[in-house]
Design a protein around this ligand. Structure first.
Ligand code: NDP
Length: 277
């Protein structure tokens, strides 16, 4: 056995722009430290123009993988060696994993949300309203469709993005779906079981209300908000005041991070270690 000390650590990073306000590094580094893993995670500012060069750099330096956030979740796909099942279904990648020299795109957002949701509701057979049709809404709606929810209503401001998500769900899943174009305050149908804010409305520093008719938030509904900064959003406060069960975005954030660490290292980390920072 060798007595030599290795200074080498496995490297992971996060591609995004802007990315300075993304809290993932604090969470993942806390888990690495707690579990005494020889890994480092670095937040990396990568503009759209530099995505290919940044990916080539990561490959040359033998990184074990990286996260992709705004605006790279779809653009990265053309450079990768393959896609895992969820990323293939969602046509979006938030986590890239090196496997025997091949860089494979995964999507852990939807699974992270689902695990969090299961602490307050079982999605099978439920009627769901999703506010928004961006990357997060894609991940959440595909994962809910795979969990056999009864139906999904997508409520979105722009027609193009809304239709894009409806088209994806129709092509890739068998869930009944409907698009509502968002104008003014949206009235949540009374038979809705789960409402999920997947828009960026409410994100700090623009902590503003989600335009829904608050009286249509009813006791018995589960109301979720993906925003993590601040986690207790005005939307969740209104829902709680109307007797709904609420779920913030922190559980999703931690869960998708845990799944990513397992992909990169094989190590199953505990949630508390991620929440330390
Ligand atoms: P995108 O930019 O892809 O999508 C944003 C969505 O929000 C679009 O549907 C957009 O509608 C809608 N939207 C934005 N502003 C308004 C507005 N004023 N009125 C109505 N609709 C609006 O972002 P993502 O889907 O990637 O992320 C959305 C949010 O989810 C982020 O802010 C992030 O904080 C959160 N998130 C949380 C995670 C977690 O782990 N908790 C993980 C991933 C994301 P339109 O098409 O009309 O522009």
């Amino acid at each position: 056995m060798s007595n030599e000390i290795s200074f080498k650590k496995e490297l992971i990073c996060n591609f995004g722009f802007p990315v300075w306000d993304n809290p993932t590094e604090a969470m993942i580094e806390a888990a690495f430290e707690h579990h005494q893993m020889r890994f480092r995670y670095v937040t990396t500012e990568v503009t759209a123009d530099n995505l290919k060069a940044a990916f080539e750099g990561v490959k040359a330096m033998g990184y074990k993988g990286f996260n992709c956030t705004i605006p790279h979740k779809v653009a990265i796909i053309k450079y990768l060696d393959g896609l895992g099942e969820s990323a293939d279904l969602m046509e979006a990648v938030n986590c890239v994993v090196e496997r025997e020299g091949r860089y494979i795109g995964e999507n852990t957002d939807g699974k992270g949300f689902l695990e969090s949701l299961q602490s307050v509701s079982k999605p099978k057979g439920k009627k769901v309203v999703i506010l928004g049709a961006g990357g997060a809404a894609r991940a959440v709606s595909v994962e809910l469709a795979l969990s056999e929810v009864k139906d999904i209503v997508i409520v979105n401001r722009s027609k193009e993005r809304g239709e894009g998500l409806i088209d994806l769900l129709k092509r890739k899943t068998s869930v009944p779906v409907q698009l509502i174009l968002w104008k003014g305050d949206y009235q949540i149908p009374p038979d809705t079981d789960i409402v999920i804010n997947c828009t960026s409305i409410g994100l700090s520093p623009n902590v503003v209300r989600v335009p829904v008719v608050t009286e249509t938030l009813k006791k018995g509904m589960v109301v979720c908000d993906l925003i993590v900064n601040p986690p207790y959003t005005p939307f969740l406060a209104e829902a709680e005041a109307h007797g709904c069960t609420i779920l913030d975005g922190l559980g999703m954030l931690v869960n998708q991070g845990k799944i990513a660490i397992k992909y990169w290292s094989g190590v199953e980390v505990d949630s508390l270690s991620c929440e330390k920072n």
